[in-house]
Design a protein around this ligand. Structure first.
Ligand code: UDX
Length: 451
């Protein structure tokens, strides 16, 4: 909405939430500490806040006044009941629809912005229309307008998207949303579809992107045993314009709030319609991803002689990728839990993720991966300086591709670590050919010529 407000100074935008603490933080004078870290965001907030973008907890007032409402709430995977572990928990979407149906006045266009299972628009429509039938003074149109931005590049993705999808069956409502985007996006990038194509396109886009990562990660394992180098293979296949070079970076597995959830929604949808082969096909993308995380952990244990008790391991990076403080589904979670379970002492550094978030993520959120893992809180520390994290350790594991990790002074490191020392580089960050001469061992994911 900050990007919308910047590009549409003639339109008033109100971001409303029931969480007072969050809204207070978005209104804070200290722009360096907004609830979401995203490069370029605070600069835009500085321009538009209290100009044509306000943050408020006054839901009823905002809903009443609005011509258009974007539902942008959390849709995590359902934890219990029918579809648990696969389909999305829609309680927040439903409660938004109910509140809108009760409070809205005149005609309101309701836009699904949250990523949702296919056919959710029908649920929203049903709820809205049930109120419409009783009171003739209000009416609704429902549109699907999925968001394709990636964290860390959200601002540039929103300023210049590859495409914007507007799904619906009410041409007037679709044009109204189209006209907002036209303030900064050319018409040829604005695509009209029916509601269901729009919802399904979002899940499919994420499934295809995740599938590429699982594909290259599966090849990384073959590279390690054959002497090939996964980066050379990725470069070679990426030059084929039909394949393309993006999203071929092998690593410890994809994380983030979307990929796993969206694929599992696709799996659930396929099973629901009896398409079991389709469900199995997409489920395997998630399975390879889980396997890749386990594989990294197993390599670490094996290289450290099968024993991590009384060993200190430095973990560099906890966010699921660089330029974000988001840890949702980060591969670091499963890898760290498994290392703690082996009795290792972990010294963790991240550029943006705080000590509190790391502790909450590791110790409070239930794990879907490792039900029998034993975690000892006293075997964990957070270090704001990564050299301190590595100091006196037996190994370092690079898990997030933060730029600063590319320039580590390994000569300096080599003087203050326990030997034999291992570097586990899961993101191909280290280009230094001198590592072995410093008396350090290195394992790089997918690099068969090294291992
Ligand atoms: C993703 C989609 O890219 C975006 O279009 C959608 O709107 C939301 O989900 P996001 O989760 O923010 O965005 O990050 P993305 O850059 O896609 O990365 C997801 C994960 O894949 C990260 O853990 C990243 O490290 C990993 N990844 C990405 C790889 O391992 N290799 C790659 O080549 C690219």
């Amino acid at each position: 909405m900050a990007v919308f407000a910047k590009n549409c100074p003639h339109i008033e935008f109100e971001v409303v939430d029931i969480n007072k603490e969050r809204i207070r933080a978005w209104n804070s004078k200290d722009l360096s500490n907004l609830p979401v870290f995203e490069p370029g965001l605070s600069e835009i907030i500085k321009i538009v806040r209290d100009r044509n973008l306000i943050f408020s907890t006054d839901l009823n007032n905002s809903i009443r006044k609005a011509d258009m409402i974007f539902i942008s709430v959390n849709t995590p995977i359902k934890k219990t009941g029918l579809g648990a572990g696969e389909t999305s928990d829609l309680r927040w979407v439903e409660s938004c629809a109910r509140q809108i149906s009760e409070i809205a006045e005149n005609h309101t266009i309701v836009v699904e912005k949250s990523t949702l299972p296919v056919k959710t628009a029908q649920t929203i429509k049903d709820i809205l229309l049930s109120s419409e039938s009783g009171i003739k003074t209000k009416s609704f149109s429902v549109l699907s307008n999925p968001e394709f931005l990636a964290e860390g590049t959200a601002i540039s993705d929103l300023e210049a998207p590859d495409r914007v999808l507007i799904g619906g069956d009410d041409k007037h409502a679709m044009k109204a949303l189209n006209d907002i985007y036209l303030n900064w996006i050319p018409q040829e990038k604005l695509i009209f579809t029916n509601l269901w194509s729009s919802e399904l396109s979002k899940l499919t886009a994420n499934a295809f992107l995740a599938q590429r990562i699982s594909s290259i990660n599966s090849i990384s394992a073959i590279c390690e045993v054959t002497g090939a180098d996964v980066n050379e293979v990725a470069n070679a296949i990426g030059k084929d314009s039909r394949i393309g070079s993006k999203f071929l970076q092998s690593g410890p597995g994809f994380g983030g709030s979307c990929f796993k959830k969206d694929i599992l929604n696709l799996v659930y949808l396929s099973k629901y319609f009896g398409l079991n082969e389709v469900a199995n096909y997409w489920r395997s993308v998630v399975e390879i991803n889980t396997w890749q995380q386990t594989r990294v952990y197993e390599v670490i244990v094996k290289k450290l002689y099968g024993n991590l008790a009384n060993k200190k391991i430095a973990i560099l990076g906890f966010a699921f990728k660089k330029n974000t403080n988001d840890t949702r589904e980060s591969p670091s979670i499963a890898i760290c839990k498994n290392l703690l379970n082996e009795g290792a002492f972990l010294s963790i550094h991240d550029v943006k993720v705080t000590k509190e978030i790391i502790e909450n993520t590791l110790f409070e959120s239930p794990s879907t991966l490792d039900k029998n893992v034993y975690l000892n809180k006293s075997n964990l520390e957070f270090q704001p300086n990564f050299y301190d994290a590595i100091k006196n350790s037996d190994a370092v594991v690079l898990l997030t591709e933060w730029e600063v990790y590319k320039n580590i002074d390994w000569e300096c490191v080599s003087k203050n670590v326990r030997k034999p020392f291992w570097i586990f580089d899961t993101r191909s960050l280290i280009k230094d050919k001198n590592i072995h001469n410093l008396g350090l061992n290195i394992w790089q994911l997918g690099n068969g010529s090294l291992n």
